[in-house]
Structure formats: C-alpha cells, structure tokens
Design a protein around this ligand. Structure first.
Ligand SMILES: NC(=O)c1ccc[n+]([C@@H]2O[C@H](COP(=O)([O-])OP(=O)(O)OC[C@H]3O[C@@H](n4cnc5c(N)ncnc54)[C@H](OP(=O)(O)O)[C@@H]3O)[C@@H](O)[C@H]2O)c1
Length: 254
C-alpha cells in the first residue's frame, strides 16, 4: 500500500534540519506541496535544495506573536489551501534541575514548545480547517510521558502539556484530526549531547539495537498525515526503537 499525499498541502515548522527536514522531504516526495519554516532563510534554502517536489520557504521564529498567522496565510497564498500542519519546532535552552530554571528560559521553552503549537493550530483552524477539515501533528517526546532523570525536566513538562493539548484539540476540532508523535532519542543536532553521552549504552539495550534517525520519524508522520490514518486522532504515538521496554532512562555509557 503506497502512502500518497497527492493534492495535499503541508506546513512544517522547524524544518531546515533534523526531524522536521526529513518530514518535509518525505511529505513532498509523497506528493504534498510543502511550506517549510525555521528561523534562518539560508538554512531553509539549503534544505529545499535537497528536496524533490514543490517546496516553499517561510522564515520566522515559530514562537513569535505573529508568526503563525503569517505562516499559515503565506502557505495558503502560495498553494491555495492547507491540509496538514506539523508543529515540530522546539527549543531547550536550559539543562538542569527544574526548580533552578530562570524565568527567561522557562518562558522561552513554553513559548516555542507549547504556545506556538497552539497558535499555529489556531491560525490553521481560522484560515483553513474550520471550513475544510485537516490534520495537525504535534511532535512531542517520550520525555513527555516518563521521567528520565534530571536535566530536561522543564522541556519535558512542555512536551507533556503538548500531549494533553493534542487530546484536547482533537476533542474540540474533530473531524480535523490532531495527533502526536513522541520520539525517543533521534540522532540530530538537537540531541547531539545526549547521543554523545548516552547513545551507545542506550542503543545496546534497545530491542532494535540502534538509535532513531530522522527518517524513522518522517515515515510515521507521513502515514499519520495521510488518509490511511483517517480513523486516528487524539493519540500520541511513541516511536523509540523499544527503548521504553529496555530500561529507557538515559544513563551514561560505562
Ligand atoms: N532529536 C531527538 O532525540 C528528539 C527526541 C524527542 C523529540 N524531539 C523533538 O523533535 C523535534 C525536532 O527536533 P530535532 O531533533 O529535529 O531538532 P534539530 O535537529 O535541532 O532541528 C530543529 C529545527 O527547528 C528549527 N527551529 C529551532 N527553533 C525554532 C524556532 N523558534 N522557530 C522556528 N524554527 C526553529 C531549526 O532551525 P533554525 O535553528 O534555523 O531555526 C531546525 O530546523 C522537536 O520538537 C524536538 O523536541 C527530538
């Protein structure tokens, strides 16, 4: 069974690198027209040059007040419609005990990881999905489902809230589908420090014996975005190579 996104238009935040880039490229290769967002025009142009299909660029900080409205309108202006919104951009400016975080980094983490997905969904609803039901995919994390030691606590709280937001919006916006993806450790720039410190030990314990690659997440996202997933909403799907059944907590290599 082929996954076809022919005739659909997608908008992916945080899509110049890593998981977002792989998702955008796979959506485009599957027939969708795709708007890619990140903060840097040059990175977006470089990413687009590696993709097949119709891909357009919208540079903005996904957490800025007006970015969602402008990004959705730019997509509709360029491609005539919007069917799939992927809230993927996220940040983690702080590593440490949850109680010790300063206000600026706390606010920034919530602004990009939680407020932005809500704002982008509001804009997609207002300008597209209220009239023509679409699909929202929120990229969360396994850290939003379980405690994995000290360090990523605040980031993980934003992801836990995003998983609940996914359920709540699915309830309120149906038949627009709202689904989540909760990846385990995936080899990207974002996760480089974790990969360097914990990657080998974690991979050795995992049933599939390797860490995730951006393409693993892109494959799931493409399925969830397609009509093959038309009976799926509200749930967040863990994709972690089985780390959760293998002592998934991040522990240093011996
Ligand atoms: N990698 C993992 O192990 C892992 C595990 C679980 C969940 N996740 C989640 O997966 C998603 C993607 O992570 P990744 O590992 O692919 O990260 P990444 O490799 O660092 O890529 C992040 C992308 O987002 C863009 N970006 C960052 N801040 C942004 C902002 N404020 N507004 C717009 N774009 C922004 C970056 O481009 P610019 O810097 O040019 O803006 C880049 O294109 C995130 O939601 C993350 O929480 C990742």
């Amino acid at each position: 069974m082929d996954v076809s996104l022919d005739g659909k238009v997608a908008l992916v935040t945080g899509a110049s690198r890593g998981i977002g880039k792989a998702m955008a490229a796979t959506l485009a290769a599957s027939g969708a027209k795709v708007m890619i967002n990140s903060r840097k025009q040059e990175s977006l142009e470089a990413a687009r040059a590696e993709m097949d299909g119709e891909v357009e660029i919208f540079a903005a900080n996904a957490g800025d007040d007006d970015a969602a409205e402008r990004g959705v309108l730019a997509t509709i202006e360029r491609f005539g419609q919007l069917d799939i919104l992927i809230n993927n951009a996220a940040t983690n400016p702080y590593y440490g005990r949850t109680l010790d975080i300063d206000d600026a980094r706390y606010q920034k983490t919530f602004q990009v990881n939680l407020d932005a997905p809500l704002r982008w969904t509001q804009a997609a609803w207002k300008h597209a999905f209220a009239e023509r039901p679409g699909t929202v995919i929120n990229v969360a994390s396994v850290g939003g489902l379980r405690v994995e030691g000290v360090g990523l606590g605040v980031y993980n709280v934003t992801k836990a809230a995003l998983i609940h937001l996914t359920k709540q919006l699915a309830h309120e916006l149906g038949p627009t589908r709202v689904v989540g993806i909760a990846p385990g450790l995936v080899e990207t720039d974002f996760a480089q420090v974790l990969v360097d410190n914990f990657g080998d030990a974690l991979a050795a314990r995992m049933p599939v014996g390797r860490l995730g690659q951006p393409q693993d997440i892109a494959n799931l996202a493409t399925f969830l975005a397609s009509d093959l997933a038309s009976w799926i909403t509200a749930e967040t799907y863990v994709i972690d190579g089985g780390a959760s059944v293998a002592g998934g907590a991040l522990e240093p290599a011996e």
